[in-house]
Design a protein around this ligand. Structure first.
Ligand code: SF4
Length: 383
């Protein structure tokens, strides 16, 4: 049997967990952001339209084979859980391609995410050609999305973005990270706040849905206030469809770690980050974005809502956490990181609370004064 393979890159946004991943470019053409380690040491390259189309053909072949298996095993063409399980365990079909297409179909086969870090760097006509081929192959696809750098988007005309929209591109995920210019320079983001505004507005004008990502904690102790206030200012001028927050976690493989060692950057605590989140949300004004907390590292994932209606609700949730006694906040931070608590509300569930307290006591007896170390190790495992 000829092995059916297609190329996939390393990452996708959390909201694309159930999307089919197709690689259009490899790695990142910028690759200098100090808080990012994803593509370090990896060279950027553009895949040709022919290569991408061949991958799309392979996905279609895999789908045909999976559907044939479904009929053969008595599932009547349906992509049922036992069928997907048998595909995952079948050594003849152990390619990543089979696994990801099987899981994609099982979860509805609706959305497609184009990898890697900045696909708008392609000539618009090339990306249109790929998108049109993709749309022809999967006419029922509900959403086709990609990452792009704001700098790159700010060089595209609105008409080009409209061409991409017509060809099927429905959402662009942009890492704003911060709207504070000195911080953008400090982390070598290679883009200004004004370029972010320009890029975001063009995407909106083209009719493509826009997600803007913000990294909580990126300002460190030195710049957190400016980070929050200026990021809100930029978002207020863009009014993206989604504002998605993530939490900074600095690994040794990230250049920002060297700044920490030299004392040039001081990481904020969880509680300080929640104050930053409060300031950010408080400064969001005149926009209608959905505020989303969809990253596993975020401490208060319940702080989500539609602006402006749910702004007060979100601020109250942060306030509720910050007004807890320190012991309770520590219990929550630990319980959240080990996956027991999903929200601060869970602190009032005795069965969960007892589980967390037992483990915490054990840690305190075995590794005194090491809660912060343990939390750091736990959060590292999520990256
Ligand atoms: S542009 Fe994105 S992928 Fe590239 S280095 Fe920066 S954060 Fe990483």
């Amino acid at each position: 049997m000829v092995e059916l393979c297609f190329e996939q890159g390393p990452i996708r946004p959390p909201s694309e967990a159930h999307s089919l991943l197709l690689r259009v470019t490899r790695n990142c053409p910028w690759n200098r952001c100090e808080f990012c380690h994803t593509y370090k040491e990896a060279k950027f390259s553009i895949r040709t339209a022919e290569e991408v189309k061949k991958d799309i053909d392979v996905v279609q072949e895999i789908i045909s084979e999976i559907r044939a298996l479904s009929w053969r095993y008595g599932f009547g063409g349906e992509i049922a859980a036992p069928l997907v399980n048998s595909i995952l365990q079948d050594p003849k079909r152990d390619s990543d391609g089979f696994h990801s297409v099987g899981l994609w179909l099982y979860t509805g086969g609706r959305n497609i995410f184009l990898q890697d870090g900045d696909n708008l760097i392609l000539k618009t006509s090339e990306l249109v050609e790929m998108l049109e081929y993709l749309k022809r192959a999967f006419p029922s696809a509900e959403r086709i999305t990609t990452y792009a750098r704001a700098k790159t988007v700010s060089r595209k005309k609105v008409e080009e973005l409209q061409d991409l929209s017509r060809a099927g591109l429905s959402r662009i995920h942009i890492g704003l990270e911060t709207g504070y210019d000195p911080l953008l320079q400090f982390v070598k983001r290679g883009v200004t706040a004004q370029e972010h505004i320009e890029a975001g507005r063009r995407v909106k004008e083209s009719g493509i849905s826009l997600s803007e990502y913000v990294i909580l904690g990126l300002g460190g102790r030195g710049m957190w206030r400016e980070h929050a206030a200026e990021t809100a200012r930029v978002l207020n001028q863009i009014n993206p469809d989604f504002i998605r927050v993530r939490t900074l976690k600095v690994l040794k493989t990230m250049p920002l770690h060297q700044k920490i060692e030299k004392g040039e950057f001081i990481i904020t605590s969880d509680d300080e980050m929640m104050e930053e989140l409060r300031l950010l949300i408080d400064h969001l004004q005149g926009i209608t974005s959905a505020f989303v907390s969809d990253h596993i590292l975020n401490l208060l994932q319940e702080v989500e809502g539609k602006l402006p209606e749910e702004k007060e609700k979100m601020l109250n949730l942060i306030e509720r956490y910050l007004s807890l006694p320190k012991k309770e906040r520590d219990s929550y931070r630990f319980g959240r990181r080990v996956g027991v608590y999903q929200s601060v509300e869970d602190l009032s569930r005795p069965e969960l609370r007892n589980r967390v307290e037992r483990v915490l006591q054990q840690i305190e007896s075995e590794r005194p004064a090491s809660l912060e170390e343990v939390l750091s190790e736990l959060t590292e495992s999520f990256i």
